[in-house]
Design a protein around this ligand. Structure first.
Ligand SMILES: Nc1ncnc2c1ncn2[C@@H]1O[C@H](COP(=O)(O)OP(=O)(O)OP(=O)(O)O)[C@@H](O)[C@H]1O
Length: 663
């Protein structure tokens, strides 16, 4: 049924160092194919049967994408990186859910015959039950990577394909999806499988990080240069040290199953009490942790702590000079892994913000020139214009990318807490302080970037302290006589006019001039000339495909709208519209929420100054003008009195009273 070359193909594709099961998996592949063919027969499929490529209904697909949003969000950047490496090879990169239904695909489908073009599109099922032996279905059935080439596919209709798939598992080891590269069988490349497996690992690590946002996370490996690469083990613990879970390579290094790990703690796994971790990171430049696993094997570690209280990410000990981006890579496998990880970081870099608006291009050109130059950047812009996104992109493209990016929103932290949040405090520095003290956010950013959002809201009394830190590069935690050296790049953002605040005595002039090395202003959405591209990009990102488009009329309204919430508002609006549109391709006005239509209506009514002026000129009184506004609004709402009343902010009775002949 299948070629003798199966073993060659699979062996060649396995990176020796990629995952724990590497060698065994390749050796077993012929057996896996054979077993899968037996399952296909048991499903009642016949090799010469027709392949059913019809996708599930569009509304069911929307629900499916929504259900898999976390997976989708974390997989898309890795898929794009993967695609960049195989572009022009007649292959597609595919993501499926746990049942093998495609939720996202990208690439050229020109290698498919016209009739089969839908085969690798979102909504098509590739489980073994529906397509027989195939890489996606077989990877799910075996919970292991699968390479299914040409006539290894059970259905003859699929013999033209070569497919490499790897399952994506969650922190409990459950398969939550599959990453696959499928292409014309003549385009088979022996490295594809390795790329797919590394990308799947990358996605798993991202999911893992998202699952344990509020945990202590330890990144470890026997070789320090592997920390920060795909090779590293990652284990998460509760603040008290209870083991929560580990990633695939973490489990492998610890040599334990999920079940066995449940009874462990940080100290039983690594031979140190968890309090030693806190102590270790109380110094400004903590080195790597030296840990001894319960097996006796010594490993190096770097701990990361994310707290739920804020939007920031705390990464402890990241000033360590073993950043894999610069460390020599000892093997091809680790080089590829490091490359894949850094490629993922670059995906959220500056070039992904370029969508054609000249004002924004200028901003990006300017900030690109000061990357790594220790010049503070100040980003101005209305709410939701993407100030934090830009700051993160600057960090990701800077030489500090491997170190922490810590965002502090000065407006959202109560004034009484901001001092301790920023500077940290010693044991019992004030009533309510944690017993062990806390490292402040400035120190958390050590080696990396400190993003001070809404800097205009920084209490005046703290501005002098912040200035001292920036000038002297030393932090003194509350209640401590000791100053700790700190090295951070500062980016700040504001939507206040800081000059006005300075004039009112609310913002210190010396701090202002210390922070405004390069000032850039992000344009509001209403001024951007790339709105069409931006809308397309957000639609594709939100729906997981390019199946939705905005009607020309609605796009015209988008161009007229003021977008007070900028990107935040546009993204939310499109997310809702996609759900409203269901299986309709074109998103139009009726898919818009009422408040958006009301805003448009009010703007149009108020903006109709020409006709108002005309009415004044012809001597119309206030009552007549009111009537005219109401009639226009009624027309826009198809005669619906309730909707008109809502749009104009009056009661239905008022409408009837002001336009008596409506009754
Ligand atoms: N260019 C963009 N493309 C797509 N989405 C974007 C873009 N810029 C910003 N967003 C999204 O808009 C939302 C707001 O972005 P961000 O927090 O960076 O704005 P901000 O200017 O810092 O807002 P605020 O001043 O309210 O803190 C986020 O969800 C972000 O992902």
């Amino acid at each position: 049924m299948y070629r003798q070359t199966a073993q060659d193909l699979n062996s060649a594709a396995v990176p020796a160092t990629c995952t724990p099961r590497a060698a065994g998996w390749a050796d077993n592949m012929p057996l896996i194919i054979e077993t899968s063919h037996q399952r296909s027969v048991a499903y009642g499929l016949a090799p010469d049967g027709a392949a059913d490529f019809s996708p599930i209904r569009a509304d069911a697909l929307s629900v499916l994408i929504e259900k898999n949003r976390l997976l989708h969000t974390h997989a898309v950047p890795a898929m794009e990186t993967l695609y960049q490496q195989i572009v022009n090879t007649h292959n597609m990169v595919i993501l499926t859910d746990a049942n093998g239904v495609i939720v996202h695909s990208l690439g050229d489908d020109d290698f498919l015959e016209k009739a089969n073009r839908v085969a690798l599109q979102p909504g098509v099922a590739w489980s073994e039950a529906s397509k027989g032996t195939n890489a996606i279905g077989t990877a799910i059935a075996e919970k292991a990577p699968a390479l299914v080439h040409a006539d290894q596919h059970f259905l003859s209709a699929n013999h033209f394909l070569t497919c490499s798939a790897a399952p994506i598992t969650d922190h409990l080891g459950n398969v939550v999806g599959v990453l696959d590269v499928s292409g014309d069988q003549r385009s088979f490349h022996k490295h594809t499988m390795a790329l797919v497996r590394m990308s799947a690992l990358m996605i798993e690590n991202q999911l893992f990080a998202a699952t344990f946002e509020d945990a202590i996370t330890v990144h470890f490996h026997a070789r320090p240069e592997f920390i920060g690469t795909l090779m590293e083990g990652i284990a998460s613990f509760s603040p008290g040290g209870r083991f929560l879970s580990a990633n695939r390579n973490g489990l492998f290094q610890l040599g334990l199953s999920y079940a066995a790990l449940q009874s462990h703690t940080f100290s039983s796994l690594f031979g140190l009490p968890v309090s030693a971790l806190y102590e270790h990171y109380r110094t400004a430049s903590p080195g790597l942790l030296n840990l001894c696993m319960h097996s006796g094997v010594r490993v190096y570690g770097r701990a990361q702590l994310r707290l739920s209280s804020g939007v920031f990410q705390q990464s402890l000990g990241a000033a360590e000079p073993t950043a894999p981006a610069t460390a020599p890579s000892p093997s091809a496998g680790s080089a590829a892994a490091g490359h894949a990880a850094s490629a993922a970081r670059r995906l959220s870099g500056l070039r992904y913000l370029r969508t054609g608006d000249p004002q924004l291009e200028l901003v990006i050109d300017k900030v690109s020139k000061v990357l790594g130059r220790d010049i503070p950047i100040m980003i101005m812009g209305e709410t939701g214009t993407g100030k934090e996104l830009l700051a993160q992109a600057i960090h990701n493209d800077s030489p500090r990318a491997m170190s922490p990016f810590v965002a502090v929103n000065c407006a959202s932290i109560p004034e009484t807490l901001i001092e301790s949040e920023l500077f940290g405090y010693e044991d019992g520095a004030f009533t309510g302080a944690r017993k062990k003290g806390a490292i402040g956010r400035i120190l958390q950013a050590n080696g990396g970037t400190l993003f001070l959002d809404e800097i205009g809201d920084m209490p005046f009394s703290l501005q002098a302290r912040l200035l001292r830190v920036l000038q002297e590069r030393m932090v003194t935690p509350l209640g401590s006589g000791k100053s700790i050296p700190v090295n951070v790049e500062v980016i700040c953002a504001t939507n206040h006019n800081l000059r006005e605040r300075m004039a009112k005595g609310l913002f210190r002039e010396d701090l202002y001039y210390r922070l405004n090395g390069l000032v850039v202003k992000l344009p509001p959405l209403r001024e951007r000339t790339d709105l069409d591209t931006v809308v397309k990009k957000i639609l594709a990102a939100e729906s997981g495909s390019e199946r939705h488009a905005i009607s020309p009329e609605l796009l015209r309204l988008f161009h007229q709208h003021k977008w007070p919430g900028n990107f935040r508002q546009l993204t939310n609006l499109l997310r809702t519209a996609i759900v409203m549109a269901g299986d309709e391709h074109e998103i139009c006005q009726r898919h818009m929420p009422d408040d958006f239509l009301d805003d448009i209506e009010v703007a149009q009514t108020l903006g109709d100054s020409h006709s108002t002026a005309q009415m004044i000129a012809t001597g119309a009184n206030l009552e007549e003008m009111e009537q005219s506004v109401i009639l226009k609004s009624l027309e826009a709402h198809g005669g619906n009195v309730s909707a008109t009343a809502r749009a104009l902010g009056v009661s239905r009775n008022t409408i009837y009273r002001k336009v008596p002949n409506l009754k």
